[in-house]
Design a protein around this ligand. Structure first.
Ligand code: AVI
Length: 339
């Protein structure tokens, strides 16, 4: 299969079947500084979870996925292992796969394999903030599947959607796996899925991986893991401020806790100041003041039931067509179709 570059000229050929788009870096650097400034100036201090994922943060997240308490990744893989052919068969062919936040794409190979069992060739468009993750996953997948072609986007997926940079020509099966949608506040989730449905055609589909509502103790243990990997993952955002913005956070001065709020359906993560302190951040020319026990909200991880999913689909231009779950109904992969 040969690669034809048409349309956007900002795609760079990396290999015979691999094109890469790289978002201009300065945009990200500027938004990190702006978001840290506004988040740490707010009455309830907050930092956006997307900033967890520099190289160290991504490695810590991979470690979280291996924790016995963090059942999400494992359970989603089980569901895909069992139902990938059924999922692919539920969408018309030939299809292209677009993946938002592809990461290592380890689970995606199950869907790619199932798609290539149903059609001769496949175009896969992974979108991820980390270009090293894209290189690693694309090379592994291209080595495994010789009828696969990859056009990767090293960028924030909101930016890719906003810039209308994504070019697809066949039926699209989009993937947003790993409960990533859970890290958006409900109105943001509607806006993001709405942008996805607006970018594709009626009949195109989205496979959405979501963590299901369940007992608070199980949910909280998945985040308050006893080995402290999740705490290190959260504190890495402070380390990142130190490294990239000249911050002087003492990481030992903060503890970590995650609590399930059943009313909102969200596990909320916080870094908690262990004493009063003033933290300078040189690049921002600011000093951040903390009282003892003051919190920084670092992440919400929303959980869903079927009614939540139907509502989310309806509000964002989709219809919930099918739900695949594991035997214990811990996690679900939902097929949403654009109406
Ligand atoms: C990526 N995201 C779905 C994870 C979650 O479960 O909210 C991130 C995470 N945070 C702590 N552990 C895992």
């Amino acid at each position: 299969m040969s690669v034809i570059i048409s349309g956007p000229t900002d795609l760079t050929p990396v290999g015979e079947r691999f094109l890469l788009y790289r978002s201009p870096a300065p945009e990200f650097a500027a938004s990190f500084a702006d978001d840290v400034r506004s988040g740490l100036s707010a009455p309830q201090k907050h930092l956006a979870p997307k900033y967890f994922y520099d190289d160290l943060g991504s490695a810590l997240f991979e470690a979280i996925c291996e924790l016995p308490e963090y059942y999400l990744t494992r359970t989603e893989s089980e569901i895909l292992e069992r139902y990938a052919p059924e999922m692919i068969a539920a969408v018309a062919h030939p299809l292209e796969i677009v993946e938002f936040g592809s990461g290592s794409a380890r689970k995606t190979r199950l869907l790619i394999g199932a798609a290539l069992a149903a059609q001769d060739e496949l175009l896969y468009h992974p979108i991820d903030i980390s270009s090293s993750a894209l290189h690693g996953s694309a090379n592994a997948l291209l080595g495994e599947f010789d009828r696969l072609q990859v056009t990767a986007y090293a960028s924030d997926y909101v930016e890719v959607l906003r810039s209308a940079r994504l070019r697809t020509s066949q039926r699209v099966l989009a993937l947003f796996l790993g409960s990533n949608i859970g890290n958006y506040q409900p109105s943001e989730a509607v806006a993001l899925l709405g942008a996805m449905s607006a970018s594709f055609k009626p009949g195109d589909a989205l496979l959405l991986g979501v963590d299901l509502k369940k007992d608070a103790a199980i949910l909280e243990l998945a985040y308050n893991d006893p080995t402290g990997v999740t705490a290190a993952f959260d504190k890495n955002v402070l380390a990142r401020i130190n490294r990239e913005l000249g911050g002087r956070f003492d990481l030992d001065g903060f503890s970590f806790a995650a609590r399930y709020d059943a009313t909102r359906g969200s596990v909320d993560s916080f870094l908690i100041a262990q004493r009063g302190m003033v933290v300078p951040i040189a690049a921002l020319g600011m000093h951040v003041r903390f009282a003892t026990a003051e919190t920084i909200h670092t992440e919400s991880s929303f959980k869903f039931d079927e009614a939540d999913l139907s509502r989310l689909a309806e509000r964002s231009g989709f219809r919930l067509q099918k739900l695949w779950t594991d035997d214990e109904r811990k996690f679900a992969v939902a097929l949403l179709v654009i109406v």
